[in-house]
Write a protein that binds this ligand. Structure first.
Ligand code: ZN
Length: 295
């Protein structure tokens, strides 16, 4: 099942004869499930059953990808994992860690799959990532059960302002990765059964036509189950929480010479079995303490 946010309303995406169609969840369920996409996660198990058995695909209507919002628009918690691919840890100069490096992207940075992003500086970098949504409240998850707590998988960019991220003796991961629209996600949430092997998906992104990252999620140091086990030892995980699972090698900050996103660049990210998201970049007003984006 593909779960989407269409114009702020929960929708199920179904395959039509000439392309994807969207079924409005609140209308098609006669109000049994809410219109607010975030609110659906409180009823995820019942919603999945309804979508599997009672949803009428004939109610599907065409839609424009630009009208999709983030499939999980207001998560209570957003976990993000750093250096979760060995090749990226190596290029970034980080030694192997004994636990997942964890920070947050503040939820106000989340955006839909097709959006424009204002560059606050000339040092904004790309990080394509698989993103996991939590299906229901849990703590002390056991690795054998971990996938039962996954509502679905989506694709995200962990856009990162490197100057503020790495300034000072205590890096500012969370703030530097939370500028407006720095967390685009989508195009929808694919339930794990939609994917041939949710543990081994091709993931990539291209900047203005050049492939800059390309890997498989099976190369993650900490797998999805392992991340849920470790995070849930500390925090209760809540329905509709997100986990950005880390980026593979190929970021701009690790290149020689370094390369960052310029105004006019288009970033297209892809995740096998899920789809693609597209961000266009424009120069924004310089933010305090940051060098201005080149115009
Ligand atoms: Zn990241």
């Amino acid at each position: 099942m593909r779960f989407a946010n269409l114009d702020g309303r929960a929708a199920v995406v179904v395959a039509g004869a000439s392309g994807d169609l969207a079924v409005d969840v609140a209308e098609a369920s006669g109000g049994r499930f809410p219109a607010d996409p975030q609110a659906v996660f409180a009823h995820w198990r019942a919603f999945r059953e309804w979508a599997a058995w009672s949803l009428d695909p004939a109610r599907g209507r065409p839609f424009a990808p630009e009208d999709l919002g983030p499939p999980v628009p207001r998560p209570a918690q957003v976990f993000a994992i750093g250096v979760n691919y060995a090749a990226h840890a190596s290029e970034a100069g980080y030694p192997p860690e004994t636990a997942p490096v964890t920070f947050t992207k503040f939820p106000s940075c989340l955006a839909g799959p097709v959006c424009e992003v204002e560059l606050p500086s000339a040092t904004v970098d790309w990080e394509v990532e698989m993103v996991v949504a939590v299906a229901r409240e849990c703590g002390d998850v056991h690795p054998v059960d971990a996938w039962d707590y996954v509502a679905g998988i989506t694709l995200g960019q962990d856009l990162s302002e490197r100057t503020s991220q790495l300034a000072g003796s205590k890096p500012q991961f969370s703030l530097a990765k939370s500028f407006r629209n720095f967390g685009p996600t989508g195009p929808w949430l694919a339930t794990p059964d939609e994917l041939d092997d949710p543990c081994d998906l091709a993931i990539s992104c291209s900047l203005s036509g050049e492939t800059v990252q390309s890997a498989r999620t099976s190369a993650m140091v900490y797998s999805v189950p392992e991340l849920l086990v470790r995070l849930s030892r500390v925090c209760r995980l809540l329905p509709g929480d997100l986990v950005f699972t880390g980026t593979p090698a190929g970021v701009g900050n690790a290149r020689t010479p370094k390369r960052f996103i310029q105004p006019g660049d288009v970033l297209v990210s892809e995740l096998e079995g899920v789809g693609s998201i597209t961000q266009r970049f424009v120069a924004g007003p310089a933010r305090a303490g940051l060098p201005p984006a080149e115009r």
